[in-house]
Design a protein around this ligand. Sequence first.
Ligand SMILES: Nc1ncnc2c1ncn2[C@@H]1O[C@H](COP(=O)(O)OP(=O)(O)O)[C@@H](O)[C@H]1O
Ligand SMILES: [Mg+2]
Length: 244
Amino acid sequence: MAIKLDIKDIAASYGAVRALHSVSLNLSQGQTVALLGTNGNGKSTLMKCVMGMVRPSRGSIHLEIDGQTHDLTQLSTQEIVNLGVALVPEGRRLFPKLTVEENLLLGAYREQARSQIADNLAFSFEAFPVLAERRKQLAGSMSGGQQQMLAIARALMSSPRLLLVDEPSVGLSPLLVSQTITKLKELKDRYQLTVLMAEQNFNQAMRVADYGYIIVHGEIVFHSDVAALKENDLVKSFYLGGSH
Ligand SMILES: Nc1ncnc2c1ncn2[C@@H]1O[C@H](COP(=O)(O)OP(=O)(O)O)[C@@H](O)[C@H]1O
Ligand SMILES: [Mg+2]
């Protein structure tokens, strides 16, 4: 039961705009890896490449699951989801006029997850008690922090082996950012989730990550374990002193 993501030297463009130049990144079972960068540096594009929503013009993305290797650049988003990869998109993308429970049920469309709906719903409510209390409330009427919890829980409804989380802190107050990161850490510790998280909030990301990559203008400029990352001068000049 092992999972491994191996991104090698990918480039990606939107028409004439090159968003990724040469990005390599590795992630293995049980790890939480942070992809750190300020706005416009290519974090979401990398996430979309993994999900098959943007096709790299060069390089490879291999996902190894239980000894079998899949070339994600050749698969549709649907096929990638069916392999057990889930994305919590930037900006959450909930259905505001549907209830909490309805949003969660829509997360269970992955074939393998359909038979586990009851278990996964129970799991979501256990992991996020606030969602159980508000299961009949319209998603759009909840606070930003609660909506982020719902977006994460919706992704968990697909029983993912690999969870991608794109900027969970965006648009949240500092307190809610901290609560969301604490929740991700709790999920990781309790359920040994394998997570790739894009963030610009360096200090919060460091609370949950094991390893970090710094992306600047579509290139990885530095990567290391968290201890070395905090000591890196480049990181200090970019991030420390800015975000909390
Ligand atoms: N749909 C798009 N069409 C054209 N350019 C895009 C599109 N999405 C992103 N870009 C550009 O690609 C670059 C990387 O964007 P993005 O991956 O969203 O960065 P981040 O997530 O780090 O903010 C930016 O220059 C951005 O303007
Ligand atoms: Mg982004």
